[in-house]
Design a protein around this ligand. Structure first.
Ligand SMILES: [Zn+2]
Ligand SMILES: [Zn+2]
Length: 419
């Protein structure tokens, strides 16, 4: 039976509703977070708001206190789910390393051990060079501001941090919801605190003239006020911190990582533009379709495994190393072949290309096969030149003329005549 993307997902995420909702691996903490919001609300509704229902006879304002509290809590929970249950900006993993980046320069030391891919690459951002890092797990160069979350095991665009309270990465696609969640939670704390204080004040105006007697009459109000006061330090402080981050064009990750570095922030577009970028730009669609059907792997012939492949096979790429060697070798052979034709052109005294017969496709194939598909070495390159020259003679005239290279580089046939 065909599987869907979320069923073969390599990250540590958890999916529900058939891949429609995606969470981090620590999504259970979400229940704690929801409990920390809902339980105080229930206490507030039962022990505080219920007694305030009839305190404002005009316009039934007492009911409004209850309704606002419930509606605002629902709003906070919706923001929490928007933050937690959707793709934060995961970059899909590549199926194999970027071949165009593979370097064959053995002098490169700052490269991944399994192959010759440089660990860093420079890209331009707002006219400034920025180094981007290669991710071994996702087999791609991370875009600027992207980072690999070790908890979710994914590269996430504009990675801010992994929030254990929402059980999800905070990234490009859910940062806005996260900020509003924290900000709204702070407002909810202030609201509940204020309503509890109001209820205490009403009690003091009635049968309980002192504040202590009033507080003794409504211990739920006191507990809620203490709870909201402590929570406000967290969510209010977090709101202020993210307000600062947005205004300066930073992410939490960048702030913690580069705090000591005195350097220009290339992502800072000015306070107003930074806010507009976070709150007023369209949220990019997800790069992942978690419900898409995974195409069946086409049957492939078993590759010929050589001893050296077994010795240095340290990767676990979906494309086997043997396959990579084959394709790279073939490419190199073709490049080398073109190069040698140019050399040959020069050696024969600058004859026009039109006068040199081209190599038939069969010869190209023969060239590749003749070299036994090696990883290229200097010796192999010489063999390739000889094979090329021999093939050319066969294709040009249809007769086998043995060709050899002399010491001075000129080409001679068996009779010793200079071509
Ligand atoms: Zn990654
Ligand atoms: Zn994460």
């Amino acid at each position: 039976m065909a599987k869907r993307v979320y069923q073969v997902w390599k990250g540590s995420n958890r999916f529900i509703c058939g891949g429609r909702l995606i969470f981090g691996p620590d999504a259970r903490s979400l229940f704690i977070t929801i409990s920390l919001i809902v339980i105080p609300l229930v206490i507030f509704c039962v022990f505080v708001a219920r007694h305030l229902l009839h305190k404002f006879p005009t316009y039934n304002a007492g009911y409004a206190i209850l309704v606002v509290a419930i509606a605002f809590t629902i709003y906070v929970l919706v923001l929490l789910m928007l933050t937690s249950a959707q793709d934060p900006g995961i970059i899909p993993r590549a199926s194999h390393p970027p071949e165009e980046e593979i370097s064959h320069d053995s002098s490169i030391l700052d490269s991944t051990p399994s192959n010759q891919i440089p660990r860093f690459k420079e890209v331009m951002v707002n006219g400034m060079p920025v180094k981007v890092k290669y991710c071994d797990t996702c087999m791609l160069y991370r875009p600027p501001r992207c980072s690999h979350c070790s908890i979710c095991n994914n590269c996430v665009e504009r990675f801010d941090h992994h929030c254990p309270w929402v059980g999800q990465c905070i990234g490009l696609r859910n940062y806005r919801y996260f900020f509003f969640f924290v900000f709204s939670a702070a407002l909810l704390c202030i609201y509940v605190f204020a309503m509890c204080a109001l209820y205490i004040k009403f009690l003091m105006g009635g049968d309980y003239p002192t504040v202590w007697k009033a507080m003794k009459q409504s211990p739920a109000s006191v507990i809620l006020m203490i709870y909201c006061f402590i929570s406000l330090w967290f969510v209010g402080g977090l709101t202020g911190f993210h307000f600062y981050l947005i205004s300066t064009g930073q992410t939490t990750y960048e702030n913690f990582r580069y705090r000591a570095d005195i350097r220009l922030n290339v992502y800072d577009r000015g306070c107003l533009n930074n806010f507009l970028e976070v709150f007023c730009t369209k949220i990019k669609p997800s790069r992942n379709d978690f419900r898409a059907i995974v195409p069946d792997e086409p049957p492939q012939p078993p590759p010929t495994i050589r001893p050296q492949d077994l010795e240095d096979d340290s990767g676990s790429y979906p494309r086997s190393k043997v396959q990579d060697d084959l394709s790279i070798s073939a490419d190199l052979s073709m490049i080398s072949q073109r190069h040698n034709i140019d050399e040959f052109d020069e050696e024969i005294g600058g004859k026009s290309p039109a006068s040199i017969p081209s190599i038939a496709p069969e010869s190209k194939l023969a060239l590749v096969l003749d070299t036994q598909l090696p990883l290229m070495t200097a010796d192999d390159d010489e063999k390739l030149v000889m094979n090329l020259n021999q093939s050319r003679r066969i294709d040009s005239f249809g007769i086998l003329h043995e060709r050899s290279s002399s010491q001075d580089g000129s080409l001679k046939d068996e009779k010793g005549e200079v071509c």
